[in-house]
Design a protein around this ligand. Structure first.
Ligand SMILES: [Zn+2]
Length: 325
């Protein structure tokens, strides 16, 4: 195990802002929220890594505790160099797996997608991963997405995006060589070896559920197109916005009818904590913003609507929702 300096990846002379910055970037990497959708073993190791990082920062940011710590390090160092070997330790760097510290690794974001009929939520793991950790995570998160991702008209369509993202992560990871451990440095990482490889995707429960779901969907499409009123259910899913791609949804009873873009005018939106669209609701319910106009481009929004969500697919074209907050 390395020193507190190694844990934070900083030199022993680090001060003030540089120390805070190093702590913040690691806290971002290991924060439990970021791993909410990850396999349980991984959540546990991220949590334990987070506490190691917290402890290191607590000591180094407190001048008194740091002085004591430096003192004990110096004593320990004197003992260790008598063995003639002094190894450096540090957190995983570029090209090394954020989970197990092995190399080679690539940046491969993986998504788990949860459809909830009128809303959807996305869990993401953004990390550099080695082949073995990465493929296991892609398989486990994809299998879950195949079960949880389809529930709702909007989620159904948005889920293809999540699967595509995971597919591209999968193909990047597959081209990597088997992970190896560096011998010249000690790497402080949440896992000491790569995640064990689980069963292939098609042998996981989620895949079977997915196959059944596809069967149901194709049946309902056939039934739909045989009906005399062949009005198709209109998917509404929000695309790119000024800030981040929102997850959009319609109240369940409205999703039954074909939707015209203008139907959304006068409706209200609820946002997620990071200002994505969570729900489209009636304005009599609690809401974060009102949809003032639905137009073809942001430039056409009235001055009374200072914010907008652009490229929202409604029916067969893309619209801009002009909102007041
Ligand atoms: Zn790994």
């Amino acid at each position: 195990m390395g020193t507190h300096y190694d844990t934070l990846g900083v030199s022993s002379r680090v001060e003030g802002e540089e120390l805070r910055e190093a702590y913040r970037s690691l806290a971002k990497r290991y924060h439990p929220d970021l791993h909410a959708g990850s396999p349980e073993a991984l959540q546990r190791s991220a949590a334990s890594m987070m506490s190691v990082v917290n402890e290191a920062y607590a000591v180094l940011s407190d001048p008194e505790r740091r002085r004591h710590y430096d003192h004990s390090l110096a004593a320990e160092h004197a003992g260790r160099t008598r063995d003639g070997v002094q190894r450096r330790a540090r957190p995983p760097g570029r090209g090394e797996c954020d989970l197990c510290g092995h190399y080679p690794a690539v940046y491969a974001p993986v998504e788990q997608h949860i459809g909830m009929l009128v809303a959807r939520s996305v869990r993401e793991l953004n990390a550099e991963l080695c082949r073995q950790c990465g493929l296991e995570i892609v398989r486990s998160m994809t299998a879950r997405t195949l079960v949880t991702g389809w529930w709702g008209v909007i989620s159904f369509f948005a889920n293809f995006g999540a699967l595509f993202e995971n597919f591209s992560a999968w193909s990047k990871l597959r081209s990597l060589e088997q992970p190896r451990r560096r011998v010249d440095v000690d790497i402080v990482s949440p896992l000491s070896s790569p995640l064990p490889e689980g069963p292939p995707l098609w042998q996981r429960g989620g895949f079977v559920a997915f196959a059944i779901a596809m069967l149901l969907v194709s049946t309902s499409v056939v039934v739909d197109s045989m009906g005399s009123q062949s009005a198709s259910t209109a998917p509404v899913s929000a695309g790119a916005t000024t800030t981040a791609p929102p997850a959009s949804a319609l109240p369940a009873e409205r999703a039954e009818e074909p939707l015209r873009a203008s139907d959304l005018e006068g409706m209200c939106l609820r946002y997620t904590y990071d200002d994505r669209i969570r729900d489209v609701v009636s304005c009599t319910e609690s809401h974060d913003a009102r949809i003032l106009r639905v137009v073809t481009s942001p430039a056409a929004c009235p001055a009374s609507a200072p914010y907008y969500f652009a490229d929202v697919p409604i029916g067969s074209s893309l619209w801009t929702l002009c909102v007041d907050a």
